[in-house]
Design a protein around this ligand. Structure first.
Ligand code: ATP
Ligand code: MG
Length: 394
């Protein structure tokens, strides 16, 4: 059989965004440009919209398929990636050619054919296409292929769109929504296990992420900062890019240490972090904050503490890990490849000024009272920290 027109193709399946009505094209276009951008480093690819799918055709047939699939599987908004072949012709002949090529090297396998037909003008129904392709394959390869509709080793998928497609394997995508289709939020990113995971989860819903890291040299080393940047890079594997605002925080921590009751250090520090983060968020048109907090994990994350911390925020604070056990967070951290970096043993600013007996049930009015000790100096210190913030672009 002739098969000169067949081309290798990646078919990208997207989920939820298919149901977004009038906004659908915005999501599709964003996904398309993210796919194009992420694949640029691997060579030349033609990315196109195709009736509820994106198709990616490599210009070079020797492209590293596994690498492309790995890249695509990290792009938010994609639920599945199939690798197969396409023909520009939409006809039973073209489909049979594709099926023939796809199955010809298979030996001794059970199979069935399934068809999706988005072009309803096609003369045959999906069932009819599957049946005809199935019996054609049996005619050609009856000695080595057997039909099993219940539990086949190979499910040959036929898709009839404005071209014809055939494939038999679909790889899982990252799910979620295309990055950058849902506003921007500011992640309080420490060097720990939790905050990178929290940022990843919100980014997965299409929200663009900026990060803020509070750095307290010399108590926190340059290596601790590098670790945070490294974590931001790991998250940026999914988001494409990220800005990290490195805020000098030593002076403020010293001031809290000098002027406030020691059992309240962490909670007051956390409130000031919120204040600074949201001012940076404002400058960057970011609408919300994100933290890696989870109820009860440490003293500063009891429900009482969270309420007092939250009071310092003038906008929504997303805590996607709020109900997660530590082990669940660790599992996710491993899955997104931030865990190994997170457990590198560099100190963070919170471990240095940790009170021996932290308050676990802080009350807002007492905390505010303690903060009055800072009232003459804190505004200037906050402004100075913001002015001296270093922005690292990833
Ligand atoms: P993580 O693993 O994210 O560091 P954690 O369990 O160590 O979390 P805490 O140290 O209590 O928890 O911090 C709670 C949250 O406050 C973090 O998840 C992060 O969002 C924010 N945070 C803490 N320290 C910093 C910092 N130095 N810079 C930026 N954000 C921070
Ligand atoms: Mg931490």
């Amino acid at each position: 059989m002739e098969h000169t027109n067949n081309k290798n193709v990646f078919l990208i399946k997207y989920g939820e965004l298919a149901i977004k009505g009038k906004n659908r094209y915005i999501f599709e276009n964003r996904l398309l440009s993210t796919v194009q951008k992420n694949l640029n480093t691997l060579g030349k690819f033609y990315v196109k919209k195709e009736q509820g799918r994106l198709t990616v055709e490599p210009a070079d047939n020797n492209v590293d398929v596994e690498l492309v699939i790995e890249k695509l599987s990290r792009i938010f908004g994609i639920i599945g990636i199939a690798y197969g072949t396409k023909s520009d012709e939409v006809s039973m002949d073209a489909i049979k050619q594709l099926a023939y090529e796809h199955m010809k090297d298979m030996n001794n396998v059970t199979f069935k054919v399934e068809t999706k037909r988005s072009d309803k003008r096609f003369a045959l129904t999906s069932m009819q296409v599957s049946a005809e392709v199935g019996s054609y394959l049996l005619d050609e390869f009856g000695d080595k292929l057997k039909v099993d509709v219940r539990n086949p080793e190979v499910t040959l998928m036929v898709e009839i769109r404005s071209s014809s497609y055939v494939y038999s394997k679909t790889y899982a995508g990252a799910g979620g929504m295309p990055y950058g289709t849902n506003g921007k939020a500011t992640l309080l990113l420490s060097g720990g296990i939790d905050s990178p995971v929290a940022g990843w989860m919100v980014a997965k819903r299409g929200v663009e992420i900026d990060a803020v890291y509070f750095h307290s040299p010399p108590y926190t080393s340059e290596r601790a900062k590098d670790k945070v940047i490294e974590l931001a890079k790991k998250v940026a594997v999914y988001t494409g890019s990220m800005k990290v605002h490195v805020v000098p925080f030593t002076q403020i921590q010293m001031a809290i240490h000098d002027k406030c009751p020691h059992n309240q250090l962490t909670i007051i520090m956390r409130r000031i972090m919120m204040e600074i983060a949201q001012r940076i968020a404002d400058k960057n048109k970011s609408l919300a904050l994100i933290t890696g907090e989870s109820i009860g994990q440490v003293a500063s994350q009891t429900l009482h503490s969270l309420v007092v911390t939250n009071d310092a925020a003038n906008r929504p604070v997303f805590r996607p890990l709020i109900g997660f056990d530590k082990q669940d967070i660790i599992n996710l951290a491993k899955q997104i490849d931030t865990f190994e970096t997170s457990i590198l043993p560099y100190e963070d600013c919170c471990t240095i000024f940790v009170p021996k007996h932290p308050e676990t049930k802080p009350q807002l009015e007492y905390i505010k009272k303690s903060e009055e000790n800072l009232q003459d100096i804190i505004e200037e210190m906050i402004c100075e920290s913001i002015v001296n913030t270093e922005v690292v672009e990833i």
